[in-house]
Design a protein around this ligand. Structure first.
Ligand SMILES: [Zn+2]
Length: 336
């Protein structure tokens, strides 16, 4: 039974390809997704072409997309689609379609390609007897089933000079097609199937530039960095966030220093005495005098506390000063 083409809200294709060009000079990557002949038409610059995706973005985006895990979802989809050929459709089948539609509607271009390609395989399987849909879908989705983040880290740690020597043979078992643009003969590495050769091309370009793939020490995302083994941050956003965290840590530490604790103790003592005075003797000269003294004490104490923190004053001297001031404060209040 041929599938109803209106059933799924993703583009139906015959031979959809994923093509990528890396420009290390401008730090950009260019991605094209569409039928092979449309991509060829686009690159030849002759006539109108209908691409599904034509996107330029910062170099590094592809590897980040590759390492976002959707393994469980893809494993479910693969099993359910393979089990649905020529049978009455179960609710799980509808659910699988929704997963593919979500992948197609996401911003992740690899998800988008994989969603289209999986559905393309499904349609093929509906028309070809004994088609091994399970294996085909497995091949397409395999890069997203692996933990590429950890793998890349291990390769770079084990062999920082030649990380590519660490790759498993599965990475080298599929071909990639190289298409050239008529304008400047720019190279587009293209696949209609496994993304492994694209990943190899990508990593090779990164390492040839003497850069590495690192995961950000704050958000964990993969990005292109100049060093392999020194933990760094991926973006201005993460750098700002790290600055805030460092400041918070510093403040937290400063809160628990002896000078801070001693100040807090004396502050609370005076504060409570004033509170009591406000209740028992409001609008008196004494209250005004005490408040003035308290304010002056706080101002000077904060100044001296900073001197302790910067090492200009000892904590003992600071505490002795506070003690003397609080004694004066108490003497004043005894005149109540
Ligand atoms: Zn980050």
């Amino acid at each position: 039974m041929p599938p109803n083409k209106e059933q799924i809200k993703i583009p139906i294709t015959q031979n959809c390809v994923f093509a990528i060009r890396l420009d290390t000079d401008t730090e950009q990557e260019y991605i094209l997704i569409g039928e092979l002949q449309e991509v060829q038409r686009f690159l030849s610059g002759v006539g109108n072409s209908k691409l599904l995706v034509n996107k330029r973005r910062p170099f590094g985006s592809f590897i980040l997309e590759c390492s976002t895990p959707v393994a469980n979802q893809l494993a479910d989809v693969r099993a359910i689609l393979a089990d649905s050929i020529g049978k009455r459709k179960s609710p799980y089948f509808e659910n699988s379609k929704e997963i593919l539609e979500d992948l197609w509607n996401s911003d992740n271009l690899i998800y988008r390609f994989i969603a289209i390609r999986i559905w393309q395989e499904y349609e093929k399987a509906c028309n070809i007897k004994n088609y091994d849909l399970y294996s085909e879908v497995e091949k397409i989705s395999l890069p997203l089933m692996l933990n590429l983040t950890n793998d890349i880290k291990t390769w770079q740690e084990n062999d920082p000079q030649n990380p590519l020597y660490q790759l498993d043979s599965v990475y080298f078992s599929d071909p990639a097609l190289v298409l050239y643009s008529a304008k400047g003969a720019q190279e587009y590495y293209t696949t209609n199937d496994s993304l492994f050769p694209i990943i190899v091309y990508y990593l090779k370009t990164v390492y040839n530039e003497r850069t590495y793939i690192q995961s950000c020490k704050l958000c964990g995302k993969l990005f292109r960095a100049n060093t392999a083994n020194i933990p760094t941050l991926c973006s201005p956003e993460c750098k700002r966030e790290q600055g805030k965290i460092n400041k918070r840590r510093f403040d937290e530490k400063a809160k628990n220093t002896p000078s801070e604790m001693a100040y807090k103790k004396q502050y609370m003592f005076c504060y409570n005495r004033i509170k009591k005075l406000r209740k028992n003797a409001p609008d008196t000269e004494l209250l005004a005098e005490a408040e003035k003294m308290f304010k002056a004490f706080c101002k000077e104490a904060l100044r001296l506390k900073k001197q302790v923190q910067s090492g200009k004053l000892t904590n003992t001297d600071f505490e002795n000063w506070m003690f003397r001031e609080v004694m004066k404060f108490e003497e004043l209040l005894e005149n109540m």
